[in-house]
Design a protein around this ligand. Sequence first.
Ligand SMILES: [Zn+2]
Ligand SMILES: [Zn+2]
Length: 364
Amino acid sequence: MKAKAAIFPDANGGISIDEVELESPRADELLVKITACGICHTDLSMMGPAPFIPLPVVLGHEGVGIVEKVGAEVTDFSPGDKVLLSIDHCGTCSACDIGSPAYCEEMMVRHFSAGRPDGSSPITYKGERMGGSFFAQSSFASHSIAPARAAVKMDDDIPLELMAPLGCGVQTGAGTVLNIFEPKAGQGIAIFGVGAVGLSAVMAAKYANCYPIIAIDKNAQRLELAKELGADVGINTQTHDALEEIQKITNDRGVEYSFDNTGAADVIKTALDCLHKNGTCAIANSQEELTINGFGILLGKTLRGSLEGNSVPRTFIPELVEMYRQGHLPLEKLVKFYPFEELETALADAHSGAVIKPILTMST
Ligand SMILES: [Zn+2]
Ligand SMILES: [Zn+2]
């Protein structure tokens, strides 16, 4: 069938929407009419200087929409179902076995190979194979072919388009707190970098009754929003030293948990240094070499990575939806909607940080 998709890079090296041909869904896949897709920093990284995905490709990995067709072996979805597309997994490896699909052995091939695990792509452009299946969805498009196991059914009573970022950014931030840290009420947390992922962590920390919740950023406006969403203190690193301030706030005790979203080695060092012994620091994104003080680790500190907040989307997304229903996840304060045609503006606003979470909306 014909569909519209954002091709990157296009003939001019930029991104543009054009007509593509989509395969019919295979036995275990869905054809989803995409109604909205959030923009995540991983989309921007793939458009940056060192993308770790073969190009050209159709990006987009926070898609929501309506099932139009189901593959022959799909039993848990029907046409008309509202769905959110999230991470894919093989279902049989040791990570999948212990309920950690984010660390599936096939994570890279299923998300970053620009095709299905067998090398095929569901998208053809001008008669040639086009990279697709980005995060098993490539949802900067009017339609997506996605494996049914990566889809989560969504209830009718919630605004589906607003839920799009739950599929990656929000589940990464909230999942780091609720699935990895599992804090007790009254435990302290420092969150370094309060974009969409960090702010989701702030909301989850508030939900879990952490105290104090300390937000650290160099953007005063974001710190204000972090406070509105539950942070007890905001530290602006343009004017203050984060470590000194955290030690002051906690009477030199440090916090039980820290979460870095900046990926910068010096910030990760601070995130480790500000921990109480036995504390855990999680990082959501970094490709830098880190220098770690062995004695700090010896005394009980833990440093670990967080992919997608170690979430199992089929169970965690409904929990996040329930948090939204109860007012604990006011996503509307983070997002700005853009028509799909204004993709370039939305990407630029995500890149500059002018908007925390742009969401593209697709009309027919
Ligand atoms: Zn697996
Ligand atoms: Zn993402």
